[in-house]
Design a protein around this ligand. Structure first.
Ligand SMILES: Cc1ncc(COP(=O)(O)O)c(C=O)c1O
Length: 387
């Protein structure tokens, strides 16, 4: 999902424009006499909302703060339970802790996303929200998740940090549940340095998200910013004009990014189709953004050997297994030891552990040449024979 591969003169020109036309106004609000009507944060919100076909978008300072703002907007309070999956980036659980809620972390299945069954079994009368995470740009099983959530009156927050541009049943990931979040950090499909977005069709939730991300500001259209009221408590999770200008220029490349990584993913998958391992279960092949290819070895020892041989051949993996510590709850004792859950040193996610420890994720780059793809495939097939 590397938008960073395409950073170039368009992003540079967009940032320069802030100096040339907007007199260096980098704050998203006010300075009307200086800024020549340039509001890049607003533009970014508008373009993203149009693209994913949603009523409201709120730009924020990161994908992590997007999750926190979203949980606040959804009315999550201290002591509420929020269910999410064991395989995600640590930020999903950090955001739950930030709002004072209790993370209930459940197993994944072979989609590498939340197991609908595990979600259902974890529901209690304190469950307020479920967060499916579309890991590596592949949708969670949203039909089942939404239907269970509806049955138990639970709100759905889609952590789409890794899934911008992905779809499920033709609908953009991030817009299927009640609220969705995106990230534009340096490793994502579209990047802007640091940044995130909260999207929803629910006006009330949007109004709370907008207020909470900016010290509670009511965003009055008649009163000035200095004299308007606060709707709620809040904090500063605003995006700056520089981030938005950069992000907007990147965002215009989204279709190209998605189509080229998908083409490369299909080529590589075809070239290794006879590798002899089971591939990740993909609930909606057309909606997969083409970020990676994951397959499962028979044992964790085989997977370790496979990854070692890949490294020897100069091939990298993506999160599985290279950055697993940041993506699997089993490794987050640094966090849990401050709380009275999951702090017993036990492995609460044996099913996930089994799947993850047998997984190899191959990164797909936008700028891969056919020759590089053939070379990667050749090396992978060779390693597979040696295992
Ligand atoms: C699934 C997931 N959620 C949330 C985040 C947090 O995004 P950010 O780095 O923009 O704070 C990330 C970033 O890696 C992520 O992968």
């Amino acid at each position: 999902m590397p938008g960073f591969e395409l950073v170039g003169k368009e992003e540079q020109a967009a940032v320069n424009e802030i100096f040339e036309k907007s007199n260096g106004v980098v704050f998203a609000h006010g300075f009307d006499a200086l800024r020549d009507d340039i509001f890049r944060v607003r533009d970014f919100e508008k373009e993203l909302a149009q693209k994913v076909d949603v009523d409201y978008a709120q730009a924020v300072s990161s994908g992590s703060t997007a999750l926190k703002v979203a949980l606040k907007a959804m009315g999550v309070k201290r002591g509420d339970e929020v269910i999410t999956q064991s395989f995600t980036f640590v930020a999903t659980v950090e955001a739950i802790l930030e709002v004072g809620a209790v993370p209930v972390i459940v197993d994944i299945d072979k989609t590498l996303n939340i197991s609908p069954q595990a979600f259902k079994e974890a529901i209690t009368d304190k469950t307020k929200v479920v967060i499916p995470v579309h890991m590596l740009g592949v949708t969670a099983q949203m039909d089942e998740i939404v239907s269970i959530a509806k049955e138990y009156n639970i709100l759905v927050l889609e952590d789409t940090a890794q899934g911008l541009g992905g779809k499920f049943g033709g609908k953009a990931l991030g817009t299927i549940g009640d609220v969705g979040t995106y990230s534009f950090d340096g490793g994502k499909t579209v990047i802007c340095g640091e940044g995130g977005m909260v999207v929803t069709n629910n006006k009330e939730m949007f109004v709370t998200a907008r207020a909470y991300h900016d010290h509670g500001h009511e965003y009055s259209t008649t009163k000035g910013r200095g004299v308007e009221d606060a709707l709620c408590t809040g904090f500063n999770y605003r995006m700056s004009e520089l981030q938005a200008a950069f992000g907007l220029a990147q965002f215009k490349k989204l279709d190209y990014i998605l189509s080229s990584q998908k083409v490369n993913q299909i080529k590589l998958k075809k070239a290794i189709k006879d590798i002899g391992f089971e591939f990740r279960t993909i609930p909606d092949e057309d909606g997969d953004i083409g970020d990676s290819i994951v397959f499962y070895l028979d044992t964790k020892e085989d997977a370790k050997r496979f990854a070692t041989k890949m490294a020897e051949e100069g091939l990298g993996t993506k999160n599985l297994p290279d950055a697993i510590k940041w993506h699997f709850a089993k490794h987050w004792q640094h966090m849990f030891r401050e709380y009275d859950f999951y702090n017993d040193g036990k492995n609460h996610w044996e099913k996930s552990d089994d799947i993850l420890s047998r997984s190899i994720a191959l990164p797909i780059m936008i700028n891969m040449t056919d020759e590089q793809i053939e070379n990667i495939a050749f090396k992978l097939l060779k390693i597979a024979k040696e295992i």
